[in-house]
Design a protein around this ligand. Structure first.
Ligand SMILES: [Cu+2]
Length: 330
């Protein structure tokens, strides 16, 4: 079995070899530079910053950071996370089918390389998803030609460590002509499922079980502050499973999904689904109606993961407002 340091050495040797073969300038800010110790140590927490997003016609300029930020993943449990913009999941990105994305990553991590692997685009990974060195920035341009709900994540090596430490998020590419059911939808939400392991422990990422499985980054927010809907509403959820290792059996207790668009593509429509299978990195748009007042748990039906945190609550009231009271979570 390869231990982490061995993988690191192998990666470094391969990288040096690859760099020697390529025509990379030695002054390029985008090249490999790793600090082995950084992988297992904590770093000072950098405050979250908003992404800078600007549209000019069909071109969307997105500027994000890679940075280390402390995050509360369960009550009183702080994880020194590797993040995009200081949150995990990172910011929800929205573009339209047919847009061109001009993406800039500012690497504010002083210790290691980071990168952006955008599942929403056609692009050459070896030129567009490449490492940005500590303190540097890199800009990459690609088309968002397919509609859907996609994962993005840091792809720097070892990718498992970068995802398990918190570097992932959701990008929604809205279909050019919308979804056929847009006119039916009263409310929409976004949910990202992911796992937290023993902090910065590569062996745990590879061989261990997650300590927490969460929606939108932690075990508690969506129980304390439920999603809301009104009796009779049609609710849409854009859902993505960031993994890195587990699948999601996405299920909403007390309803049936009238429509599911697999990976969020309007052509991938299915009807009457009880549970949606989301592979690691998979996504979907799910829509359902809520016919009675009450608290509707949202779970992955792999219930050991529910007991590790993966449940949220959709509270349905007469007027769609939260009138307080403890939620019924699973
Ligand atoms: Cu990274």
């Amino acid at each position: 079995m390869l231990s982490f340091p061995n993988i690191y050495k192998y990666t470094l040797i391969l990288t040096i070899f690859t760099a020697a073969l390529s025509h990379c300038s030695s002054t390029s800010p985008i090249q490999q530079s790793q600090n082995e110790e950084a992988f297992s140590s904590t770093a000072p927490s950098q405050p979250p910053v908003d992404p800078v997003i600007r549209r000019d016609g069909q071109t969307v300029y997105i500027e994000m950071t890679s940075q280390v930020t402390d995050i509360e993943i369960s009550k009183g449990v702080i994880y020194n996370a590797w993040t995009f913009n200081g949150t995990s999941p990172g910011p929800i990105l929205r573009v339209k089918e047919g847009d061109t994305i001009v993406f800039t990553l500012k690497n504010k991590d002083t210790r290691m390389n980071h990168s952006m692997d955008m599942h929403a685009v056609h692009a050459s990974p070896s030129s567009k998803f490449i490492d940005v060195m500590p303190g540097k920035e890199g800009t990459f341009t690609y088309p968002a030609s397919n509609p859907g709900v996609f994962m993005y994540h840091c792809g720097s090596k070892p990718t498992l460590a970068h995802i398990a430490n918190g570097m992932y998020g959701m990008i929604i590419v809205e279909p050019k002509s919308g979804y056929p059911s847009d006119h039916l939808v009263d409310r929409s939400y976004t949910l990202v499922q992911s796992e937290w392991y023993k902090e910065h422990d590569y062996n745990s990422f590879v061989n261990g079980e997650p300590e927490y499985v969460v929606f939108n980054g932690n075990t508690f927010t969506l129980k304390e502050h439920p999603l809301l809907a009104k009796v009779g509403d049609t609710v849409r959820i854009y859902v993505s499973n960031a993994g890195p290792n587990e699948v999601s059996s996405f299920h909403v207790v007390g309803t049936i999904m009238d429509r599911v668009y697999k990976d969020g593509n309007p052509r991938n429509i299915e009807y009457g689904i009880q549970t949606v299978m989301l592979p690691a990195s998979g996504g979907a748009v799910v829509e359902f109606t809520v016919t009675e007042e009450g608290d509707y748990p949202i779970v992955t039906h792999q219930f050991k993961h529910v007991d590790k945190g993966a449940s949220a609550v959709l509270r349905v009231t007469k007027d769609g407002k939260n009138h307080g009271g403890k939620t019924m979570a699973h």
